[in-house]
Design a protein around this ligand. Structure first.
Ligand code: GLC
Ligand code: MG
Length: 680
């Protein structure tokens, strides 16, 4: 495998990158180098070229000049000469697109072998990748790193510079074979601002994060002293927040949540590490205002002796803060109004400190993946306070969340990333195959059915591989499409032929010829025809239902927490209000309100229909409440041994095969049963 990365911004070198030397010498270079270094360790990778823009600037150093290359093992750094000598910030790169494309094509044509894939980082690099695809047919993937449309949303419109950048991004996205996103928020919310990219081409692959410093961190005397001088009873559990003092981090919201809950004040102290301040007056205006508001709130609510807001810290102190909170039996809180990724949550996880995190943005993935804490609506102070109490006052839960944090270290790791990334490249770069003809279809739920027992999964996948040309693999899950796809990739499940996501509200087909997922438009139309979110929300609000995160809401699916409500009564309330919906509850936790006639069952029947199969050719497998309708509707259902929500005792499921084995082993057992019975 020969991979060619293109990253035009900043001062890129293979060794000792001068981070911060220019505004563009930042995060995307770190991402690229860490990715490339790990990628190179895979024996399947023969060569990695990094292509950047060369420039002559004595102040920045002679090593960046065009034609000064660098080598390190399989890595080669190439600097293009676009005819303009001086260093250019990213805002000016667009002026050099044409000569950069020419120089890039000349570089490619001079190679003794073309790369299998080009990976473009940031919008301008995408322009080069696109022209190489158009001229030489080399496929490319794109990583945005930071998106113009997200900035536009934060700053308001009307910025010509930003509009230009967004147009360049659209151009790069339009022809990309795949787009790599770091989080579901990026894939599902941020890219939704772009016309040129649809969900089926976006892959969520979590990046690696350096978490070594946080794993096994210990409290330091210095940090302890910095905190203790604020606190009357320093031995209480610590609610810890670490964030820059800017509005969107919502630190004031956390102080207000704490101030509004006397029971929480009784049980825990609050420690807010909000950057460093020497003199308040020397801070940037927004930071100064936020710090002043925090201090004023402590005064107004008279929280003296309970809230610590240390004046300054060294970078080395940060792991010790997490450790101190952990030793106290506390919790880390990130209450940001929106958190694009959530690195601090990963740091807390690595330090084995449970978390309470905003349900807006990247934290969804972390908590969904690691189950190391709770998500809350950042605008709901009562919910924040309650979640903190829930975590710190139950020792069993606290220990479970704390130890689950270790999963973050494994999931956000470049080696894990590269396993998925290299499989994606192989998929994109391999010769096209046309979609085959399937004789039968096997549809599996994900959580606690296909996944949950790794050894059983391996065995199942061996069977699946041997049968993949005749048996289509379908997935039916409550998760979103990207969440499903990303967890399946992380567990090395081969790309399914069809993904039914959001409890049936979406269907995506894998097009083996185009090597991408394509949404089933016919299905989407049917779902939206039966959907009136506003009315659903009105009824739900009148029942006092608590909503799940924004990312869980879809056309055709409104999701809530069950919180002890009786699903029967909820269904009645919708009937009384004459709102036709499907009410589905799972695990005693989740409540999905689906468009009328929509669900995993209806989607499976639609899929079978499109494959031209009779229902007898379909086997479905599931474990919980959101599988019930699907298992009932299909003549050949499998209930895996670890079933819940009463599936195993459901008289309407007497026709189902009840496996004694659990998880994927249960699927395999059921598959064997139906094979032996004949006709499948
Ligand atoms: C998944 C979804 C959630 C849904 C649940 C049950 O966890 O993310 O929104 O409520 O499945 O279907
Ligand atoms: Mg399940």
């Amino acid at each position: 495998m020969f991979i060619c990365h293109v990253a035009l911004q900043g001062c890129l070198t293979l060794r000792d990158v001068p981070y911060g030397l220019t505004a563009d010498t930042g995060g995307h270079i770190k991402y690229l180098l860490e990715l490339a270094e790990t990628s190179a360790k895979d024996p399947a990778v023969e060569r990695i070229d990094l292509v950047t823009r060369g420039f002559v600037d004595p102040k920045l150093g002679a090593q960046y000049e065009p034609d000064v290359g660098e080598m390190s093992g399989k890595l080669r750094l190439v600097r293009l000469d676009d005819g303009e000598a001086s260093y250019l910030p990213k805002e000016e790169l667009h002026e050099r697109h044409d000569p950069l494309c020419d120089a890039f094509l000349a570089y490619l044509e001079n190679l003794d072998r073309l790369p299998d894939l080009i990976h473009a980082h940031y919008a301008d690099a995408g322009v080069l990748a696109r022209s190489a695809k158009e001229m030489l047919g080399i496929p490319y993937v794109f990583t945005g790193h930071s998106l113009g449309a997200v900035k536009r949303q934060a700053n308001g419109g009307g910025d010509k510079e930003l509009e230009r950048r967004i147009a360049i991004e659209e151009n790069a996205l339009a022809k990309a074979d795949a787009v790599i996103a770091s989080s579901r928020d990026e894939a599902e919310a941020q890219y939704a601002h772009y016309r040129s990219i649809e969900a089926g081409r976006i892959r969520v692959i979590p990046p690696g994060c350096e978490l070594d410093r946080f794993e096994g961190a210990a409290p330091s005397t210095k940090v302890q002293q910095d905190v203790e001088r604020f606190l009357r009873e320093p031995s209480k559990p610590i609610i810890l927040a670490i964030a820059r003092p800017v509005r969107k981090k919502n630190l004031l919201g956390l102080v207000e949540a704490y101030a509004g809950d006397p029971e929480l004040q009784e049980r825990a102290n609050l420690v807010v590490v909000a950057g460093c301040r020497d003199k308040l007056s020397r801070l940037e205006p927004e930071c100064r205002e936020v710090c002043e508001e925090l201090i004023r709130a402590v005064d107004a609510y008279d929280l003296y002796g309970k809230v610590a807001y240390p004046k300054s810290h060294d970078p080395d102190d940060i792991p010790a803060y997490y450790a101190l909170a952990r030793e106290s039996g506390g919790v880390f809180v990130n209450p940001a109004l929106n958190e694009p990724f959530g690195l601090t949550l990963l740091e807390a996880a690595a330090a084995r400190l449970p978390v309470v995190a905003t349900d807006s943005g990247g934290p969804n993935d972390i908590v969904e993946r690691c189950k190391n804490g709770l998500l809350v609506c950042p605008r709901d102070p009562q919910a924040i306070a309650q979640a903190c109490k829930d975590v710190i006052s139950n020792r069993r839960i606290w220990i479970r969340y704390a130890s689950a944090g270790g999963d973050a270290v494994a999931a956000y790791d470049w080696k894990a990333h590269c396993r998925i990334y290299h499989r994606l490249i192989e998929e994109i770069a391999k010769p096209r195959t046309s979609s085959g003809y399937f004789e039968r279809l096997l549809v599996c739920d994900i959580d606690n059915t296909l996944l949950g027992d790794r050894d059983a999964l391996r065995e199942f996948l061996d069977w699946q591989r041997q049968n993949s040309s005749s048996t289509a693999l379908g997935i039916a899950t409550g998760r979103s499409f990207h969440s499903a796809q990303s967890i399946l990739a992380a567990e090395a499940v081969p790309t399914p032929d069809v993904i039914i996501s959001n409890v049936g509200a979406q269907v995506h087909w894998y097009d083996r010829e185009k090597r991408r997922f394509v949404e089933d438009r016919e299905w989407a139309k049917r779902v939206s025809r039966n959907w009136d979110r506003e009315t659903v929300e009105q009824v739900a609000a009148s029942l006092g239902l608590r909503t799940q995160a924004a990312l869980e809401q879809r056309i055709g699916k409104a999701s809530y927490f069950l919180d002890g409500h009786d699903p029967e009564k909820i269904a009645n309330a919708f009937r009384d209000a004459e709102v036709a919906v499907e009410v589905v509850s799972s695990h005693g936790l989740y409540l999905d309100i689906l468009a009328s006639g929509i669900g995993k069952h209806a989607a499976v029947l639609h899929v079978a229909d499109r494959l031209g199969m009779t229902q007898a050719k379909v086997v479905v497998a599931g474990d919980s409440g959101n599988d019930r309708a699907m298992l009932r509707a299909c003549p050949r259902p499998i209930i895996v041994g670890n079933w819940s929500d009463g599936l195993g005792d459901d008289p309407a499921l007497s026709h189902a095969y009840k496996a004694s084995a659990t998880h994927a082993a249960g699927i395999l057992e059921g598959v064997q049963h139906y094979r032996d019975a004949g006709g499948w």
